[in-house]
Design a protein around this ligand. Sequence first.
Ligand code: IPD
Ligand code: CA
Ligand code: CA
Ligand code: CA
Length: 264
Amino acid sequence: SPLINVMVNAAYKAARGLVRDFGEVEQLQVSRKGVADFVSTADLKAEKVLKQELGKARPRFSFLMEESGATAAAAGGDQEPEGRWIVDPLDGTTNFLHGIPHFCISIGVEKAGEIVAGVIYEPVRDELFWAEKGAGAFLNDRRLRVSGRRNLNEALFATGIPFAGRPGHEKLLTEMAAVMKVSSGIRRFGAAALDLAYVAAGRYDGYWETGLNPWDIAAGIVIVKEAGGFVTTISGTGDPLDSGDILAANRELHAPLGKIVREA
Ligand code: IPD
Ligand code: CA
Ligand code: CA
Ligand code: CA
């Protein structure tokens, strides 16, 4: 669709800069936004390119981006924006800065409070995950489907680990112990958007994490749903975009994973 094309072209353009900078990570200026929360000139450049490209194509959409926050639509005056871009210009910054090739660009579109389209681009493997509500989810031009595994003991799950001392750190360690006991393993690859994309692709059977921001998960939510997966908060009530906690899995394992995590 035209909307997906806009998102894909913007992602490809911003990704070219990321890939160049990834080759020369030592040259980047890095600063710290908080404990173990880094931002580099690569994040900022990618965000600028995305904002320019997306804004040019859809001037009546507002923005929510990790580095520049919420900003108004360029056109439309006092009218309600026609949509909102929810963008993480570089998800997996820590990987990126360590030369680990697991990072991506994530672009979601929200209309009337609902995510209607998402693009997650992982430039190193050239994997483009995308979905539009009602039209299915894709990896490049191949249709995506969540995994069909039904048994916990065959399942591989992903999570994210809050930094020590942060809310949820101790609890997460307990949850991981409980999940490891019954599953075939856990991965912590360090890019929330790709964790969701991998659930959509059936690579992971499920994923849970707390303390996230809308730009980490907006695109991934619609991609997992369109791939046939279930996405909720960990408690099962409310919206992950508001609460920042998420539980995504295939239909069979969503409830069992949620139960283990909640009861840990
Ligand atoms: C981070 C990654 C990580 C998650 C963190 C996020 P960033 O995003 O998605 O996997 O555990 O909570 O902040 O800072 O690399 O864009
Ligand atoms: Ca960050
Ligand atoms: Ca992120
Ligand atoms: Ca980021």
